[in-house]
Design a protein around this ligand. Structure first.
Ligand code: PHE
Length: 466
């Protein structure tokens, strides 16, 4: 059986943008921006995207295109059987992310429908509290999952590529329209100020905590660390510049994220809702509650949540594809069977998250950041110290002159500098989870020792087998 491929160049880019643009931009981003000082967070987030996210994204795609395999098969093929475990980390990350993601997808689906009748307008807080967890939430999660299964079932080019080619331009158009309309509302000005004016003192006082939050969010929003971009890149031909594609994907993702911010913050301010009330309910209680007071509230609600639903779906598809590709490549299952099996798995794990707020919180808040950071850290050390020259070759394949010039700096960033940064944020985040606060100098020292040790081991290992 020949392996699936993307039909067109644009098709791959749109599918990858569809993976990147999702609840991360619309639900998680405003929530984290609001709790981390507004523009201070935005600034660090943009820096991490450029300096860590884009090279990291390319590092992940290099492995996918080089091997033309799912994550587990990719590492085995390129590094030998014992590297399968690194692919296993990616599979675990995919399970962690989609298990809570599809619950939020279910909330969005419910709000899209409820907007048509205005069900949540009168008492938004009570409405969200009544639907967020429990049997109803599990039911809507299952519906969202079913939609995801339907697209993945249809295949890479006829399902994913076709769906995202329609969805992504739709998201841009609808959000653009909403942003223009929001600007005309009285009182929206405060939102732009909050979002775009930098509070230097806040940034100075909270630098490390904002940095760690920004780093986790940057990985999440670019879909790196879970093998989704690796898998999408495995359906690519050799004639593409991964560096150029990675840059385009990140730029579009960031642009759409900022556009979402330009809708959400001015809207909140124009309605006098404080964006500071963080937590997973921020979007639902604050924004949804505000819709009720607007002219054409039902239309606005349906359009807004409908766009978010499309964005969430195009991301969920990419996560599910990681596991489906694994079953198809490694266990020779047919795509329909693999998709059904993976759908069944998430029916169980997602239902558990929909029934248990504490499990949901654990997955969405802390575990997601940690598994994505660990995943990307492993991928990049693999690029730098197992693939070595081959990673650079793959980077340069299909690249134009400009991209070739960036090859060596990219290699050193991916092999040394970014792993240090990821280990640093991983340790700081882990410390916060287990309740042992790790100071910045201590985290840095541990990161240097850990990454340095890993590099020494990998070098002696590949030297002795070479
Ligand atoms: N990037 C997606 C979003 O922002 C989430 C995601 C994470 C998708 C990891 C795939 C892998 O919503």
């Amino acid at each position: 059986m020949t392996r699936a491929t993307w039909r067109t160049r644009l098709g791959f880019v749109l599918a990858a943008v569809g993976s990147a643009v999702g609840l991360g931009n619309i639900w998680r981003f405003p929530w984290l921006t609001a709790t981390n000082g507004g523009a201070a967070f935005l600034l660090l987030y943009l820096l991490v995207i450029v300096l860590v996210g884009v090279p990291g994204l390319v590092g992940e795609m290099v492995i996918g295109r080089r091997s033309r395999r799912n994550p587990v098969g990719a590492f085995a093929e390129l590094g030998g059987p014992r590297w399968r475990v690194l692919g296993g980390v990616a599979l675990i990350a995919s399970v962690v992310v989609l298990s809570f993601y599809s619950v939020v997808g279910g909330w969005i689906l419910r709000y899209t429908l409820a907007s048509a009748t205005g069900a949540y307008f009168a008492a938004p807080e009570q409405y969200f509290a009544a639907i967020n967890y429990g049997v109803g939430a599990a039911g809507f999660h299952a519906l969202f999952l079913l939609a995801t299964v339907a697209v993945v079932y249809a295949g890479v080019d006829r399902g994913i590529e076709l769906a995202t080619t329609v969805m992504v331009p739709g998201i841009v158009l609808l959000f653009g329209g909403l942003a223009v309309w929001v600007a005309t509302l009285p009182g929206s000005g405060g939102g732009y100020e909050f979002f775009l004016s930098l509070d230097v003192a806040y940034l100075r006082d909270n630098f490390f905590s904002v940095l760690v939050a920004a780093a986790g969010q940057a990985l999440f929003t670019l879909s790196v660390g879970a093998g989704a971009m690796l898998t999408y890149a495995s359906y690519l031909g050799e004639d593409r510049s991964l560096a150029a594609d990675g840059t385009i994907i990140a730029a579009l993702n960031t642009g759409i994220g900022v556009l979402a911010g330009l809708v959400i913050f001015p809207l909140l301010f124009s309605l006098g809702v404080s964006p500071g009330e963080g937590g997973p309910g921020a979007l639902f209680v604050g924004l949804a509650g505000a819709f009720g007071t607007l002219p054409y509230s039902r239309v606005v609600g349906v359009v807004f949540f409908g766009v978010v639903l499309l964005a969430a779906l195009s991301s969920a598809i990419s996560i599910m594809e990681v596991l489906v590709a694994y079953l198809v490549d490694e266990h020779a299952l047919s795509r329909p069977r693999a998709t059904a099996g993976v759908g069944g798995l998430f029916l169980v794990t997602g239902t558990a998250a929909a029934l248990s707020p504490s499990l949901f919180g654990l997955l969405a808040d802390t575990l997601a950041n940690l598994v994505l950071t660990a995943g990307l850290l492993g991928f990049l050390l693999f690029d730098g110290w197992v693939l070595r020259r081959a990673a650079l070759d793959e980077y340069e394949t299909g690249a134009g002159r400009l991209a070739r010039l960036t090859g060596r700096p990219w290699y050193y960033a991916v092999a040394v500098v970014i792993p240090l940064f990821l280990a640093f944020t991983f340790l700081t985040g882990l410390g916060a989870v287990v309740g042992v606060p790790v100071s910045a100098p201590a985290a840095l020292a541990l990161a240097v020792v850990g990454v340095g040790g890993a590099i020494v081991l990998l070098r002696s290992d590949t030297d002795s087998t070479a």
